[in-house]
Design a protein around this ligand. Structure first.
Ligand SMILES: Nc1ncnc2c1ncn2[C@@H]1O[C@H](COP(=O)(O)OP(=O)(O)O)[C@@H](O)[C@H]1O
Ligand SMILES: [Mg+2]
Ligand SMILES: [Zn+2]
Length: 260
């Protein structure tokens, strides 16, 4: 058996002779090129895995394909929304802290001022980092759950509420647009309640004002509790067409404000 082999391109050893229990054997050794090739493949696999994971997360995020176009790259900044733009970007940058402190927000304001747009930009930015975000409208939740009754009975509801409960961030779009039947109210209530109890952040958009939202969330025995608990973790950020300003809130408001 001859000498060690050397790679013709990097000059490092590609095989060597070893002696084991008196027997000589030729064993392969990774040269520099081999190691580089291996690292490249590993990186490629990692990217592929990440792509697949992202695709699953997007499917799981329950939004239609158009949703992926709502991004900070496409965000048209004007003098009214430049503050909330900055807040949104920094919310994503600081998401670990936001998550730990359970800082969410209620984007409140009249239709068309860009509440959904901002919330979906945040959702997409985090999804791109493979953070499990679910973005869904309140009507969407109701539809999903009613659809699931026919297929899975009551279990469907539990499954859907569980997945909404467990996402790192829940974007609940257009709260209050759902119709006010008792069952509908109860579903939305359990989603919000389970997030609060699980200490997980939510970004909610709504066209309702404070009083309407308070009434929407109230039911006979839980009069103002849900509203108060909700605004305790989701400070109200008022956006309007004229001055999309932040409104005073609690300590979490200060955290949001510090992102500006
Ligand atoms: N910053 C923005 N950049 C680009 N388009 C925007 C922006 N904000 C809102 N839009 C667009 O304006 C329209 C209304 O915004 P939307 O987020 O749906 O309003 P809201 O949820 O407050 O009713 C949508 O078509 C949305 O794509
Ligand atoms: Mg909207
Ligand atoms: Zn080599």
């Amino acid at each position: 058996m001859g000498e060690d082999d050397y790679c013709s391109s990097c000059g490092k050893r590609t095989s060597m002779i070893v002696q084991f229990l008196g027997v000589k054997k030729r064993v392969p050794v990774a040269c520099k090129c081999e190691i580089e090739k291996y690292e490249k493949q590993k990186e490629l696999d990692r990217k592929n895995n990440q792509q697949q994971r992202l695709k699953r997360l997007i499917d799981y995020s329950l939004m239609d394909s158009n949703f992926r176009n709502y991004t900070f790259e496409n965000f048209k900044i004007d003098k009214y929304n430049k503050q909330i733009y900055k807040m949104g970007i920094n919310y994503c940058k600081n998401f670990k802290t936001m998550e730990k402190e359970n800082v969410g927000m209620i984007l409140m304001g009249p239709p068309g001022v860009g509440k959904s747009y901002l919330s979906f930009c945040i959702a997409n930015e985090l999804l791109d980092k493979c953070i499990p975000v679910i973005a869904i409208s309140s009507i969407g939740i109701i539809n999903k759950i009613f659809e699931s009754y026919s297929k899975h009975g009551q279990e469907g509801e539990v499954h859907i509420i569980n997945s909404l409960k467990n996402a790192d961030l829940l974007v609940l779009d257009d709260l209050g647009a759902e119709y006010g039947k008792e069952k509908t109210k109860q579903i939305i209530y359990s989603v919000i309640d389970s997030r609060i109890r699980n200490n997980k952040p939510m970004i909610i958009t709504t066209n309702l004002d404070e009083n309407m939202l308070r009434r929407k969330l109230a039911s006979e025995d839980k009069i103002d509790r849900t509203y108060d608990r909700l605004t305790g973790v989701c400070p109200i950020v008022k956006i309007d067409g004229v001055s999309r300003r932040l409104e005073e809130g609690n300590r979490k408001y200060d955290i949001l404000a510090s992102l500006i």
